[in-house]
Design a protein around this ligand. Structure first.
Ligand code: SAM
Ligand code: SF4
Length: 505
């Protein structure tokens, strides 16, 4: 294994290969048929990478996947784990015992990227004494670095960008033929019919749109995840029906900018609207039997419409939690970031959400110490956090990323300023979240049970509809046990910034 490095030629060959990679690409029997029948004006039926990898199902040893970064990466990892298990791999008990190690990587900030290199060093050393070990780097670092990753870590067998996640089986076959493979070419993402191996048995993620067409001046995502590719509503529904039938009660629809869903799909309604939007998708999947809760993330303020808010308020299964990053509380910084909205527009979205769903939880992402950000501009971000009263905010100090415009701007801020701003910001976020949590005190909340509290065997944990993590006793007052997937009522007696505890009603 790993003989015959096919860097240049293999890369071109893989990237330039037709979608089917020389194999049969069939429409799914079920989904294609329903697509054509149900939606004659809609886009073409989904393509599916249906050909099982050679020798599928034969025992092949053990695998280990470590995932860095966002939920999109976690969802990709679950699909890749499903592919490996369908090929005959089983999950390893420990990373250093695995026969195949896959790092699904993140490059959103420099520290996430550096972590991957330190993990890789350890595995490269292992490979020197164990040539049968298969080493894979997937995800955004793989896409960003491509072949140069092989020069840096020659022990690697496979480097594959996020658009190739569904092709893991095919790519590994090439590795097993003795090639060192780089798959980073722009790729039309095929439907994957392999069952993902999901970490939870209650909550599942479903990708509905891949990639990003925005050009935020700080962000590396468009260059590593490619242009937007929306999946067809019929294919999404089919996957969700399968999940609900297997007992999943909560489904989160995922996309970098989920509210941009469908803008790459053809079709205009008689009223002149795009035929495929997130709002229409929510209506399309809402009645799936067995699915109790529906969420979606991440939303972009530019595309968050009143129609979407109304649908969320009207559709009972859509949970009252919205993750809408605002990135900065200052209009000039937002312009420099090329975000395409103003602080006022953001305020109006939140007002409208709260008007229709007064208890809705709002979370966001924010970046401080963007190049040129003045103290006054930074303070406007703090003020907005206080004014909106966020339930949670993911915070980051700006990290220059290779190939992004802002990385070359001369007015970069010092590390000291980044650290100071981030610390003050985090303290504020926690205080505001604690104030928001206070409203739960003594309330009865519906909680979807996800599993045991890892820190207390006597307790279970789950989430409220507003996404607050909640702990409660593992047995009902009458002694009856509770199972993951149950919906229980919990009277909240302890509130913390980001979690709650209570007793069963
Ligand atoms: N598409 C979403 C949006 O538009 O808000 C965000 C997706 S991005 C993968 C997740 C978060 O990473 C962003 O919201 C941003 O706050 C953060 N981020 C992206 N690039 C960054 C950078 N160069 N430095 C610091 N944080 C960054
Ligand atoms: Fe990055 Fe902006 Fe796309 Fe979000 S919208 S993924 S921040 S480029």
């Amino acid at each position: 294994m790993g003989v015959g490095v096919v860097v240049g030629p293999a890369r071109t060959a893989i990237g330039a290969m037709p979608e089917n990679n020389g194999m049969a690409v069939l429409p799914t029997a079920a989904s294609a048929a329903t697509t054509a029948a149900a939606d004659p004006t809609g886009p073409a039926a989904p393509e599916v990478d249906r050909e099982p990898a050679a020798g599928a199902g034969e025992p092949r040893g053990s695998y280990w996947i470590t995932t860095f970064g966002c939920q999109m990466n976690k969802a990709d990892s679950e699909r890749m784990a499903g592919i490996l298990e369908a090929m005959g791999y089983r999950e390893a008990g420990a990373e250093l015992e695995a026969d195949l190690v896959l790092y699904n990587t993140c490059t959103i900030r420099d520290n996430a990227e550096q972590k991957v290199y330190s993990y890789l060093g350890r595995q490269a050393q292992r490979k020197r004494t164990n040539p049968n070990l298969t080493l894979v780097v997937a995800g955004c670092v793989a896409q960003q670095e491509g072949e140069s990753l092989l020069r840096r870590v020659p022990e690697l067998d496979l480097v594959m960008g996020p658009q190739h996640a569904n092709r893991l089986g095919t790519l590994l076959e090439r590795v097993q033929q003795g090639q060192q493979v780089v798959a980073t070419e722009e790729h039309h993402i095929l439907e994957d019919i392999t069952t993902a191996r999901r970490d939870s048995q209650v909550c599942a993620w479903v990708n509905v749109i891949y990639g990003c067409n925005e050009r935020c001046t700080y962000c590396v995502v468009p260059s590593v995840r490619g242009r937007e590719q929306s999946r067809l509503p019929q294919a999404i529904r089919l996957e969700m029906e399968g999940l609900a039938a297997r007992g999943y009660r909560e489904i989160t629809l995922l996309g970098q900018n989920i509210d941009a869903y469908g803008r790459d799909l053809p079709g205009i309604t008689p009223e002149g609207r795009r035929q495929h939007t997130l709002t229409d998708l929510l209506h399309h999947v809402h009645d799936i039997e067995g699915m109790e809760r529906l969420r979606f993330a991440t939303s972009h303020p530019r595309y968050f419409t009143e129609r979407l808010i109304d649908a969320c308020a009207d559709l009972a299964k859509v949970c009252e939690h919205f993750h809408i990053p605002f990135q900065s509380g200052d209009d000039e910084v937002l312009r420099a970031m090329a975000r395409g909205y103003t602080v006022d527009r953001y305020r109006r979205i939140i007002e409208r959400i709260r008007d229709r769903m007064p208890d809705a939880a709002i979370s966001a992402d924010v970046i401080v110490a963007f190049p040129g950000e003045t103290d006054a501009q930074y303070r406007r971000t703090l003020a907005l956090i206080e004014e909106i009263g966020f339930d949670q905010v993911n915070t980051a100090a700006y990290s220059p990323r290779p190939g992004t415009p802002a990385a070359d701007w001369p007015d970069q801020l010092e590390e000291r300023v980044k650290v100071e701003r981030l610390q003050e910001l985090n303290a504020l976020v926690e205080r505001v979240a604690r104030q928001r949590s206070a409203r739960y005190q003594d309330r009865i909340e519906q909680v979807l049970v996800e599993g045991g509290n890892p820190r207390d065997p006597e307790q279970l944990m789950g989430r409220t509809r507003t996404n607050r993590l909640t702990f409660f006793p593992a047995r009902r007052p009458d002694g009856r046990a509770i199972a993951p997937g149950d919906l229980v009522d919990v009277r909240i007696d302890t509130v913390r910034s980001f979690s709650l505890s209570g007793s069963l009603v």
